[in-house]
Design a protein around this ligand. Structure first.
Ligand code: GLP
Length: 237
């Protein structure tokens, strides 16, 4: 696992957007795995800027999102479908029929990803409790896409970030790619910004083997993963 620290979130996001734009330009067809939450917002802004100024075309890109709340209306502000549309999809020339989200019949999503050639690059965030996607502590290393229960901590964190603190408005379940699904990606870039993530990044640095109480530790077994974070997230020794 490679760790790279940047001074700021913006510098890190620019770096990753350049990697993605280069891959998009140099590949006839590319499958990107995308994350939601607060972490990738600056990255998506940089990618939109790149599309505007450098004209990187997303016409041959297919996207696969990590997770979605279970039971939400995909047009509502709570949904990750809407988040992706607002943050990225509607600003680039991506064909909406090439965007994919996990469906309640989870196994179909894993089959779909495989049938379309697998994910070339997966962008990940990390929860303060070490979740990746919505694979909460206790997740199985062999888990595939499925419906999961969110922990009270995740509900609280997401309420504060996206639901004006109203925990009762946060869906209690989600559909998430599993840990094994994520591990199938050919390359992974995990992003972490801010001091709230410092503990998780310190734990990831120390991890040597998978422990279910810290799901991100599965990533120590991946052959091509880079963890990119800002100074604040790297501040816990
Ligand atoms: C969220 C998402 C994850 C995300 C992680 C970190 O709840 N489901 O995909 O990577 O938790 O979130 P944030 O980027 O808001 O800190």
């Amino acid at each position: 696992m490679k760790f790279i620290e940047f001074k700021t979130e913006l510098e890190a996001a620019k770096h990753v957007s350049e990697i993605i734009a280069k891959k998009i330009k140099s590949n006839h067809k590319i499958n990107l795995g995308l994350a939601t939450g607060s972490t990738p917002i600056t990255l998506y802004k940089c990618l939109v800027e790149d599309h505007k100024h450098n004209h990187t075309s997303w016409a041959n890109v297919s996207t696969f999102n990590l997770d979605e709340y279970y039971g939400v209306d995909y047009k509502s502000d709570a949904s990750y479908h809407k988040f992706m549309l607002d943050q990225l999809f509607k600003h680039v020339d991506l064909k909406l029929e090439n965007t994919h989200f996990p469906e309640p019949k989870g196994a179909d999503f894993d089959k779909l990803i495989k049938s379309l050639g697998g994910i070339d690059l997966q962008i990940l965030g990390i929860g303060v409790n070490g979740h990746v996607g919505f694979n909460e502590p206790g997740s199985d290393a062999h888990s595939l896409t499925r419906i999961v229960d969110l922990t009270p901590l995740t509900i609280k964190v997401n309420a504060d970030k996206f639901f004006a603190g109203k925990m009762n408005e946060v869906p209690k379940q989600a559909i998430s790619m599993g840990l094994a699904s994520i591990m199938e990606s050919k390359e992974i870039i995990l992003l972490a910004f801010g001091k709230d993530k410092a503990d998780a990044i310190a734990k990831l640095k120390k991890a040597t083997t998978f422990k279910a109480d810290f799901p991100a530790s599965i990533l120590v077994n991946h052959k091509n993963i880079t963890v990119i974070y800002d100074k604040a997230a790297g501040s816990d020794l």
